[in-house]
Design a protein around this ligand. Sequence first.
Ligand SMILES: [Fe+2]
Length: 256
Amino acid sequence: MIDIHTHILHNCDDGSDSLELSLKQISNMIDKGVTDIVLTPHYMNSYVQTDAIIIDKQFKELQNATTDLNINLHKAGEIFLTPGVDEKISKNLCIGDSSYILVETNMGEFTPDIYETLFLLVRKGYKPILAHPERYNYIMNDPEMAEDFLHRNVYLQINAGSILGLYGSKVAKTAWYLINHGFAHFIASDNHCKVDEYILPVALEAIRDNIDDYTVNLLSEVNPKKMLNNEKIKYFYLEKQPIVKSGFFKKILNKL
Ligand SMILES: [Fe+2]
């Protein structure tokens, strides 16, 4: 299992606030079968210079502290899309040695500069992955819009918590819609180290039970491996629409 979106790098953002906590979370993730963790601290346009230095420094420290552990760590950032960010970022914000980047937008309304900025990033050779589209109001209100991102060479990453209903029923419904229509390329934890439980395996089991093994493997192993190797991933991959077993979504919603 590969987790491509985490806030485990210590003292960088609103995630882990100590090296000890990061090590505790990593050891928990190893126990659950994680082999690779991508560290994606929030990265805002206005702090680019400082953040790049901090991320590099913290990454070296965490790597040194995990040399005896059976885990591969990959440095990256979660880049907040604002006009001009394409001019500010450089290769050191890509995921590991690849040209994939994790990006996020504001949670509210869609603004045309989102597409313009993504276009400029793609033109520069980056391969953007949009983090948790199911949590954005503009996607929740119009889930078919997700397909536009794929046509614009943008991949989509769903949060494990969204699948399990942790952000509410509308987000859960959108997350399942995106997976069920073949618009999702990755599932990740977006782990902010606020709770001990690591929920990515739980979300994967829900997908296994209600869709199939193929989708679980694709979103948590096959695509993440291709990403780390900088191989191309298909934007559209679904030949036959999987069927969510009846009653499952109702069961999830009843738990909310
Ligand atoms: Fe995040």
